[in-house]
Write a protein that binds this ligand. Structure first.
Ligand code: AMP
Ligand code: ZN
Length: 432
């Protein structure tokens, strides 16, 4: 499962503030927070406490004005949301939007039990303070919201991990390796259904309208405008490209219209991946830009399912060899705002279409360092990829967030690479 937010809903006798995602804590200086308006938005429809983490995952997407929030719990139900906003907002509007996501996305969901299908024999160690130590050692530096520069040692570990995953895909699964561009066609994402399932994550690429008057008016205003973002927006247009939110969409586009008479296809690729994680961004755990290694299987239903199973098992072995604590669990995607979420989540979990490799990091949290997904005929049919009998091909993809994976190694083995077990260093071929 995706790491849950730190929900602490203890039994309450009076209305109390129950949740503070610490991402919000880190993004705002205290003196600024205290000057911002705080409003209590009473929920028209209270939700049971077990759904509080589902609500907490969505509050920052409700409105960009929300700088911080607490869920207010009473008698086993979340009855209100206390929000701190950048400007004195319209409480009625916030209430309407919160109730909209509650009705569409939160209330229809059921309580789910974590279902673990694999556990590493290693036990987690206390890793609190790892991110601060990496920053103090100059191994990571914040470059913007959810964007980090990483130094040579961190990068060496990340590349070592990636090499292992690449070699596994090519050596054991006969994958073809491709490098894809950093732009992806908007139409590809629309056909893949990404825009209706995950609009909250999508980052688009725009450019200035190709017109000499546009360039002239833009360039002459640059020095004097207050809001450069707005100035750019006024002069730009969408040109049909976005930043990729996952690597596998490139593969479906690449193979579109292909018949697989020769047998299944396996492709592996690595690239920069972009997801707008709003104020949920957190250190190297949840980034707006990260590096993803993916392995994509396309072919007949049972072959694709078997390849996913084999790769999952091989990754479990690799995690054990790396000396990492962790587990693989049944998971679901963070679908958003399509009104059908309860059904998607139910089917995804019941059919075990998604598993996640969860690795412990700091403060008792775990992060999903990889996911193992089966899509049925969804992409084969959307992109006209067919089997020998003319039917739509099935697909599966396995994706790894390399910064998260590398960060979990630092959390669990420490920031001093000299102190890492020799065999782990050898596996990653680090030069230390
Ligand atoms: P998904 O396609 O959502 O299953 O994502 C595949 C993998 O990408 C996850 O298991 C993570 O390791 C990684 N990932 C997803 N979102 C982020 C993020 N915001 N920051 C860093 N890694 C991420
Ligand atoms: Zn994928």
């Amino acid at each position: 499962m995706e790491p849950t937010l730190p929900v602490r809903l203890s039994p309450v006798r009076e209305v109390r503030l129950a949740l503070l995602p610490d991402a919000a804590e880190t993004t705002l200086p205290c003196n600024l927070r205290s000057r911002m308006p705080t409003q209590l938005v009473v929920l028209v429809t209270p939700i049971p406490d077990y759904l509080s983490s589902e609500l907490a995952k969505r509050v920052y997407y409700v409105s960009p004005e929300i700088e911080q929030f607490h869920l207010v719990s009473e008698g086993g139900r979340v009855v209100a949301v206390e929000v701190t906003t950048s400007v004195a907002g319209d409480v009625g509007e916030l209430s309407r939007k919160l109730d909209l996501i509650i009705a569409k996305d939160v209330l229809p969901q059921r309580e789910v039990e974590a279902e673990v299908v694999w556990s590493s024999p290693h036990r987690p160690r206390n890793a609190d303070g790892t991110f601060a130590q990496l920053a103090a050692a100059g191994m990571v530096a914040e470059m913007g919201e959810g964007i980090y520069a990483t130094g040579a040692l961190f990068h060496e570990v990340l590349s070592g991990l990636d090499r292992r995953l690449h070699d596994l895909a090519v050596g054991e699964f006969a994958a073809s390796a491709f490098h894809y561009p950093n732009l992806i066609s908007t139409d590809t994402l629309r056909r893949a259904g990404y825009m209706s399932s995950f609009p909250q994550f999508l980052m688009t690429a725009s450019r200035f309208r190709s017109d000499v008057d546009t360039y002239d008016s833009f360039a002459s205003g640059v020095a004097s405008v207050d809001d450069i973002g707005q100035h750019i927006e006024e002069h730009s247009e969408h040109l049909g490209y976005c930043l990729p939110p996952a690597m596998c969409y490139h593969v479906y586009q690449h193979l579109q219209g292909r018949g697989l008479a020769e047998g299944p296809i396996v492709v592996t690729t690595r690239g920069q991946t972009f997801r707008f994680e709003s104020r949920y961004r957190r250190s190297l755990e949840r980034l707006w830009e990260f590096t993803m290694r993916e392995v994509v299987f396309i072919g007949e239903r049972t072959a694709v399912a078997e390849q996913r199973r084999r790769l999952m098992s091989a990754v479990g072995d690799m995690v054990t060899e790396l000396g990492l604590a962790g587990q693989i669990e049944v998971a679901n995607d963070p679908f958003f705002f399509n009104g059908q979420i309860a059904e998607y989540v139910r089917v995804q979990r019941a059919m075990e279409l998604k598993y996640e490799l969860c690795l412990p990091v700091e403060h008792g949290r775990s992060v999903a360092a990889g996911s193992f997904n089966i899509h049925g005929e969804k992409f084969g049919s959307a992109f006209g990829i067919t089997l020998a009998d003319g039917g739509a091909a099935h697909s599966a993809c396995v994706g790894f967030g390399l910064e998260r994976f590398a960060y979990a190694l630092f959390c669990q083995h420490g920031v001093d690479l000299d102190a890492w077990p020799d065999d782990v260093r050898a596996m990653l071929r680090t030069s230390v």
